[in-house]
Design a protein around this ligand. Structure first.
Ligand code: IPE
Ligand code: IPE
Ligand code: MG
Length: 240
């Protein structure tokens, strides 16, 4: 396992859109919730694999600002899973030296979930291995809007001058402040869209889309993505 990555560059930051839990369940005649449950197991395994491969940042899209539009039943089930897996994640993070961080607007969640998120972050903040970032109630436009609001407040209060605002200033107001931009974006289940994910940060990220449904994603799939990434010639707008 992992041998075919010999000599390969490991992307420092991998962003993931985990999609296809519902389709995975449907194919088996199961309720969508079962797909989400299985998907959580895959998230756990992927965190361990990423830590082992030496990836420094893994950012996973867990729940978008648009996902509230799903049925109350599905949203409720996702919240319950979230509660359950936060506790498991604390153990996995501690066992693998993983630092957990959440991006997105956590204020919309129930109080106990917010407390769980805060606890996960504070209890793992001293870990020095993989940084596992979970995007929950996250939307790229929402993140930029919240950033602009705070930036405007700082300007109005005289803490910041409009003419001093640079790209670095904007980046520092985002939820991902002080994190490097993703090198590789992986989307499972074949859809060719960003679904409001990391709109600012993905500006020059290499994209890998696999038809594999999220619950079926594994180390082999991650390695395929890393191999494809190694064959790319990265461009940042310059010339060859
Ligand atoms: C991704 O799987 C998980 C979440 C968005 C929470 P989906 O639930 O979107 O699965 P599909 O796309 O319906 O198959
Ligand atoms: C993207 O998946 C959001 C998450 C993975 C949390 P969706 O299934 O919600 O995205 P769309 O609806 O296919 O764009
Ligand atoms: Mg989907």
């Amino acid at each position: 396992m992992g041998q075919n990555l010999d000599g390969m560059a490991i992307p420092k930051h991998v962003a993931l859109i985990l999609d296809g839990n519902g389709r995975w369940a449907k194919r088996r005649g199961l309720p969508r919730t079962m797909g989400h449950k299985e998907g959580c197991v895959t998230v756990e395994k992927t965190v361990e694999t990423a830590a082992r491969l030496g990836i420094e940042y893994l950012t996973v899209y867990g729940f978008s600002t648009e996902n509230w539009k799903r049925s109350a039943e599905e949203v409720g089930a996702l919240m319950q899973l979230f509660r359950y897996y936060m506790v498991r994640l604390l153990k996995i993070a501690s066992a693998n030296n993983v630092r957990v961080r959440m991006i997105g607007d956590r204020r919309r969640f129930d109080k106990d979930i917010i407390e769980g998120i805060n606890r996960l972050e504070s209890e793992t903040k001293g870990n020095t291995g993989l940084t596992f970032v979970i995007a929950v109630n996250y939307g790229g436009r929402d993140e930029i809007t919240r950033a602009v609001r705070r930036l405007a407040e700082d300007c109005a209060a005289g803490r910041l001058k409009a003419e001093d605002v640079t790209e670095a200033t904007v980046a520092s107001y985002l939820d991902t402040a002080d994190m490097p931009d993703p090198d590789l974006l992986i989307r499972t289940s074949g859809e060719l869209r960003l679904s409001n994910y990391l709109l600012w940060q993905l500006a020059y990220t290499e994209i890998f889309v696999t038809d594999c449904l999220w619950p079926d994603f594994n180390q082999e799939e991650l390695e395929k993505a890393i191999l494809a990434y190694n064959k790319r010639e990265r461009r940042f707008g310059g010339v060859r």
